[in-house]
Write a protein that binds this ligand. Sequence first.
Ligand code: DCP
Ligand code: MG
Length: 450
Amino acid sequence: MASPVNDPDHGFCRDCLALMPGRPPRCAQCGSPRLARHPELYRLHIAHIDCDAFYAAVEKRDNPELRNKPVIIGGGKRGVVSTACYIARIQGVRSAMPMFKALEACPEAIVIKPDMEKYVRVGREVRAMMQALTPLVEPLSIDEAFLDLSGTERLHGRPPALVLADFARRVEKEIGITISAGLSYCKFLAKIASDLRKPRGFAVIGEAEAVSFLAEQPVTMIWGVGKAFASVLERDGLRTIGQLQAMEQGELLRRYGSMGSRLYHLARGKDDRRVHPEHEAKSVSAETTFDTDLASLVDLAPVLRALSEKVSARLKKANMAGQTVVLKLKTRDFKLRTRNRQLSDPTRLADRIFHTGLQLLEKETDGTKYRLLGIGVSDLSDDDRADPPDLIDERARKRALAEGAVDVLRDKFGRKAVETGYTFGKGHRGRPARPEEEEEAEVRHPWERI
Ligand code: DCP
Ligand code: MG
């Protein structure tokens, strides 16, 4: 028998894990039709795992009577669907849909209010199982993560593809929910793959097929290309990734700035981002202690602005972004107040950090005198998904463009070359008494806080 690694027809059964040379339609051992086969199956090691209809799956697990019924998790304050099981999805129910619309589409659905504590607990159990496979686990949300399984073959005695299929089986058996997995050579395609055959999916995208696979796909498959940016591309006649593949990098850069570079590389299946394990740096922050205590927003805002710029500069330098903005205040009598807000997507822009921090600060300026102010971001990730153009409103988009221009000037002429409205000529009262202290605050992952 040829070595599995070199045999393009070699595969295995996803149900009993029996190795399967040749191309039988079903597993010779257990009869299952769920076979995994791909020419690069035993060479790929970047995985993306995403739980199927996560909240709904947990509720079905805990109440078997719901099993064959359409279930919607949602309602509550927002009045929208958090998720729907796959039975309800057949009738058109989708996440984020207003509840009344969902019930129009599927009147017999059983609606359950979310039980976040329970989902967080189950999410942690799944994550712990991932971490037993490799230390290189990068959670993206409560129910999904990237895994880098390179170098784990000796430990597990089997290649990543089999480790992944075994993981799916074990999650079903031990936790009682199902997952879908994508296997590829890079994060971008592993994530796309995990979505291809949901639920209980297992999909592989190899290097040899990446460009042709992508050519057929819509531009929205690229991270950061949401509705608004897709309509900009559409206006320019670009609908498929194949059309992007035909374009020069210079042209894409000229038209779309830093997004152009992302379009160019990802369209060609080029993505060399590493899987960042969770325990790397947790937050980036800057803080300052005042010489005289401050209480008013007028006095505090310029300091907040300057600190936000500092945090942003550090993020930009490290190509990082953070999704939760954390405001820190210390009162005159040394009481610590921290407030945080999670953004819809990670940011590295001083402007977004500042405006989010300002909203938090407004609520705290109630006459209390403060001796210290700090601002930071946590839930750090690579900056490639940061500040997608379609997710920020028009004014914010303009400020983001302006910030890019300021960065260029500062690179050329130094930090002091450009001062913004908030820091220019102001902030003298908030000037620190001592050199600014900075610290790396330990902040937990967002879904651990829920
Ligand atoms: N979620 C939410 N609101 C949204 C999207 C998701 O509250 N707009 C919650 C409910 C989901 C969970 O996050 O169960 C995970 O999100 P996913 O996007 O992974 O969706 P599901 O796991 O529900 O379904 P899928 O099988 O498509 O992954
Ligand atoms: Mg999911």
